[in-house]
Design a protein around this ligand. Structure first.
Ligand SMILES: *[C@@H]1O[C@H](CO)[C@@H](O)[C@H](O)[C@H]1NC(C)=O
Length: 314
């Protein structure tokens, strides 16, 4: 590999969203509002869980980690998109592009692993209710969170290092609003077969294994409910698993829609819309899915803010 001197591209141009210029301002306001909602919603969840001792249970500690991951995930792409929509210079440096790609992959995988940890937590809660507190102790919780962080570093690092060995010669226009890995691979003028193989194998493992683990936990949950069918049992399972299942469906629904239903025509538009879906919409909805349906979260909202007001008046 002759490396550096062939690597003539020092910056990339992000083509952004396929929006006509007269609608640019409307979408700018819309995306800004969505981003601010994402930040505030997830921050509120983290603060509530941190301040309210009733929510210091494994489920809510995982949820606050998930909110943190959502917050970071949409901050990897949204500020740059918003800035590019206003400025006339949508360029990003080579290093900036790889950094964005790294953190994008990092937080996407982190969310994936946290969803598995949450499924395991629900599995223990429903199938072993009497041993729940001993099994899901603080040590196991911290271990699962740390394991998620460590496991997610490996593929993100691997993909980014493999991307860094590629050369980019002439074409530096990315038809996307962030440095998407597949868009970058198409631009490269070196051989990308190794990258594609690694993405296929490692990416397959990262998507399929957690998915199977989640399905397995839910299969066990359903099985244990059906063994002693009772209306109360079913309601309880639904109320504790419903939010998690909704988030899991949203997460995997987008992945499946993106990779398993390829469409030949209009693929850039479809890819961009799907990318908007998982970078903006999913992180924004997660806090609402968890808080609106959830009595504990509403209670915590009351406790934390009323207590504050009380202190304030004293
Ligand atoms: C993530 O989970 C760990 C362990 O359960 C907890 O101690 C920590 O406070 C959580 N972090 C965030 C940001 O919520």
């Amino acid at each position: 590999m002759t490396g550096r001197n062939q690597n003539v591209v020092s910056e990339f141009l992000l083509l952004g969203l396929p929006i006509e210029s007269e609608h640019q301002n409307l979408f700018y306001v819309l995306f800004l509002a969505m981003y601010v909602t994402t930040i505030l919603g997830n921050l509120l969840i983290i603060i509530l869980i941190c301040l309210d001792p009733y929510l210091h249970t494994p489920m809510y500690l995982f949820l606050s980690n998930l909110s943190f991951s959502d917050l970071c995930f949409s901050s990897v792409t949204m500020p740059k998109l918003l800035q590019d929509m206003q400025s006339q210079d949508p360029s990003i440096s080579y290093a900036g592009c790889l950094t964005q790609m790294y953190f994008f992959l990092f937080f996407a995988d982190l969310e994936d692993f946290l969803l598995v940890a949450m499924a395991y937590d629900r599995y223990v809660a429903i199938c072993f209710p009497l041993h729940y507190t001993t099994i899901m102790g603080p040590r196991l919780c911290s271990f699962l969170v740390v394991l998620s962080w460590v496991l997610t570093t490996v593929p993100a690092m691997l993909y980014t290092l493999l991307m860094a060995r590629l050369c980019f010669c002439a074409d530096n226009v990315i038809p996307h609003f962030f440095c998407d890995m597949s868009a970058l691979l198409k631009l490269s003028c070196s051989d990308t077969r190794v990258n594609e193989l690694v993405i296929f194998v490692v990416g397959g493992l990262i998507i399929v294994l957690p998915f199977l683990l989640i399905i397995m936990s839910y299969a066990r949950i359903i099985f244990s409910i059906l063994k002693v069918p009772s209306v109360r049992g079913i309601c309880k399972a639904f109320s504790t698993c419903g939010s998690h299942l909704t988030v899991v469906s949203l997460f995997y629904g987008t992945i499946i829609g993106l990779y398993l239903c390829p469409s030949a025509n209009n693929s850039t538009v479809k890819e961009t819309v799907m990318a908007m879906m998982y970078t903006v919409v999913t992180p924004m909805l997660n806090p609402f899915i968890y808080s609106l349906r959830n009595r504990d979260m509403k209670g915590a909202l009351g406790r934390v803010f009323c207590k504050k007001k009380f202190h304030f008046f004293l």
